[in-house]
Structures are given as C-alpha cells and as structure tokens.
Write a protein that binds this ligand. Structure first.
Ligand SMILES: Cc1ncc(COP(=O)(O)O)c(C=O)c1O
Length: 390
C-alpha cells in the first residue's frame, strides 16, 4: 500500500466528497475521532482524566516544537490565533510615536488589531503594505519599515491568494530597524515545511482547524526565547505564573498541596507565561492526535514531491482553460485562487456534485492538502469546465 492510500483510508470525509477546502477547515483523521470520543465517554463514565489532560498538553507542545524547529520552552498553547495574538501584543511595550507595519493581504484579525491599537493611542501610525495583485512587493516593506517601526505583522501565506511571503528577508529587515516580527502561519504549518529558526521570526501563531486537521478551539504560539524574558502579559491568569499547577507538575510537585504565590507572583521563564487559563482540553487532545497523524506521514515533507506539484498542476489546468490564477506561480504553498464572476454560485453547484472549494468575493479558492490526489484535481477542473461551459 502506498503512503497516500494509507493516509486516505484514515480520513472519512474524503470517501463522501472531493474535499479541496483545507484553507477553511481540515478533516479530522480517524485516530483523532476515536481518541476524542473515548475521552468524552471516559469523562462521563469514570470522571475527567485530568492527569492525562495535563500530560497531553506538555507532549503536544513538545511534538509541535520539533515540528517547527523550535524548543519546548518557546511554545504556548492558545485558544486560537486571535486570542494568542492579543495576549502577545498585550505583552509588548509600545512607544506612542511608533508605527506598525502590516500587509493588506493579512487575514483581518491582525489588521483590525493594529488599527485598534492606533485608535487607542498605543502607536501613532499603521502602515499597510499594498496588495499588488495577489502578492506584495518587498520594496514596499523597505519603504514602510523604519527606525520607528515597533512591530511588523505579516502572514506567511495570505488566506485569499496563497502567496508565500519572504518572511526570512522580512524578519531581517524588521530586525535591522529594531522591530518585532510576528507571522501568522495558519496557512503554512501542517502542509508546508516550516523552520521558525531559519525564518528568523520572533513569534509565530497557528490554529488547529485548517492544515493541522483538527477541531476548533486550540492553537499554538511560538515565541523566540531571546524575547521571552522581556515580554510580560499586562493581563494575566493563574496558569501564566511561575507558581502554577503546570510548573509544579513539571517539577514533580503535588499541584494543590500548598497555597500559590500570588501577590508577588513571578512569570515563568518560558512561553507558558502566555497561557493564561485552563487549556481547551478536548481541542488540545484532538490537536495532539492530528499532529501525530501529520508527523507520522510527514505531511509538510511531501510538499516538494507531491502537494506543491499538485498545486502547480492545478494552476496549469486552470490557465489552460483561460482562468486568471491569482496565486503567484513561483511563490506559493497550497492555496490556489482564481478569478471568477460567480464564485458563490459555482461553489454551490460544485458542492451539489460533492466537490468542496470556497468562494470569496470575485474569487474561487482551492486548497488541496497532502492527502489529495491529482485525479481529484482533474475531476474538479473537468466539472468546473462543464459548469462554466468552457
Ligand atoms: C490566516 C488566518 N489567521 C487567523 C484566522 C482566524 O483565527 P482564529 O479563528 O483562531 O481566531 C484565520 C481564519 O480563517 C486565518 O485564515
């Protein structure tokens, strides 16, 4: 049996439809489904397996660190990208005369957060680098980032166009000006190889429910250990302190045997300082299982030989039919977007034929994962061709 056949047998959803919508949400593999069901039954019948929960959180962070080339101490669990980013930003000190540089291609969450900071007087200016037609121009970043730039926030793979930003160059540029570099890598991690140290970014966020093929409600954040000491969340919680149940457990100490040190609390020296409250346990267990699945089959490692080639093949086929592909051919992960006059109508018609993609204003977004086959892409393109009468 090939690796692809083995992988596909473990994803129920694809026996019912051609699923090319991983940029919206990824299908859970069977090991996730059975583990989560077992945990829920066990909680109902025997009681909450709290010890297992805590150990899973630690193990998830360990596995994820090795998945993205980081260290365990640099990883924190978060309930989602937006919440994680907010905690991170609330840990940075901003000069009121500083500016934030973002990309127009970013997902809305970092854009509104930057403008809210400006509106609230935390920074003087937000500089938004323009969408040049599905991609950004590095010169625009060079013109925007200066010595007053406190923060650069650029998504590694923008949600609508799939352009692969030059995050390494950008980090270097940001650092030359003393700025902190954050990248939302939701559309890369899981499908595209990511080594955060090589990319040189200061903080990276991702969520569970897309390319990591898990449930909603969890995410992971990396913060380079060089910065952790100076980042102190302005609003904190019982798990973000040095004397927390997690830290006690890690030291082999009973969690509730003595009172906590609260009034003059310290922050832990690790990224645990960004973990404010109880982890979303079921989503964390689900994410642990899906990460095991992705690591077992080396999903990101298949990009060069399989997933990336499929993406190129799809672009070729769409262009042969005369569609205008927005995703840049030379820098992309696995989001392929093309222009369409009736994206919502066509996506609905495709869905009736059991083919799922997503519609966005003026665009159809196709997002195959490592488990998708070339045959599925052919069926999608042939069906589209028929619907559009091309
Ligand atoms: C790039 C990117 N970042 C963030 C989000 C939203 O993240 P969350 O739901 O964890 O707040 C999305 C959702 O589509 C996204 O595409």
């Amino acid at each position: 049996m090939t690796w692809l056949t083995e992988v596909r047998r473990q994803i129920k959803l694809i026996s019912n439809k051609i699923y090319l919508n991983n940029a919206s949400s990824g299908p859970p593999p069977e090991n996730l489904v059975s583990r989560v069901c077992r945990v829920i039954h066990e909680s109902a019948e025997v009681g909450e397996p709290w010890d297992v929960f805590l150990d899973t959180v630690v193990d998830l962070k360990r596995k994820y660190a090795s998945f993205i080339g980081a260290e365990y101490e640099e990883i924190s669990y978060i309930p989602g990208v937006t919440y994680g980013l907010q905690t991170l930003l609330a840990s940075l000190d901003f000069n009121r005369d500083s500016n934030i540089v973002i990309s127009e291609l970013n997902f809305p969450t970092s854009i509104v957060m930057a403008y809210a900071m400006k509106r609230n007087g935390l920074v003087r200016e937000v500089r938004m680098v323009k969408d040049r037609g599905g991609y950004t121009d590095f010169n625009d970043y060079e013109k925007s980032i200066d010595d007053d730039t406190a923060l650069v926030m650029v998504d590694y793979v923008p949600w609508l166009t799939g352009y692969l930003e030059d995050v390494k160059e950008l980090s270097e540029l940001a650092h030359r000006h003393g700025a902190f570099m954050v990248s939302d890598m939701f559309h890369a991690i899981g499908v595209y190889p990511v080594d955060v140290k090589k990319l040189g970014v200061d903080a990276v966020l991702t969520g569970s429910y897309k390319w990591l093929m898990s449930l909603h409600g969890a995410g992971l954040m990396y913060v380079n250990k060089e910065h952790i000491d100076r980042l102190k969340p302005k609003y904190t919680g019982w798990l973000a302190i040095e004397d927390s149940v997690f830290q006690r457990r890690a030291r082999g100490e009973d969690e509730f045997k003595r009172p906590f040190k609260l009034v003059d609390f310290d922050y832990p020296s690790t990224a645990s300082r960004f973990e404010l409250g109880t982890p979303p346990i079921i989503p964390v267990i689900a994410l642990y299982e899906s990460l095991k699945f992705l690591m077992k089959y080396d999903a990101p490692g298949r990009f060069g030989s399989h997933t990336g080639r499929n993406a190129k093949y799809l672009m070729d086929r769409l262009e042969e039919l005369g569609y205008e592909v927005v995703t840049p051919r030379d820098r992309h992960a696995s989001i392929i977007t093309f222009r369409h006059n009736e994206p919502h109508e066509v996506a609905a018609k495709l869905l009736k034929k059991n083919i799922e993609v997503s519609a966005r204003p003026g665009l159809i977004r196709v997002s195959p994962h490592f488990y998708n086959t070339r045959e599925e892409l052919d069926i999608f393109v042939d069906t589209l061709k028929e619907l559009d009468g091309r």
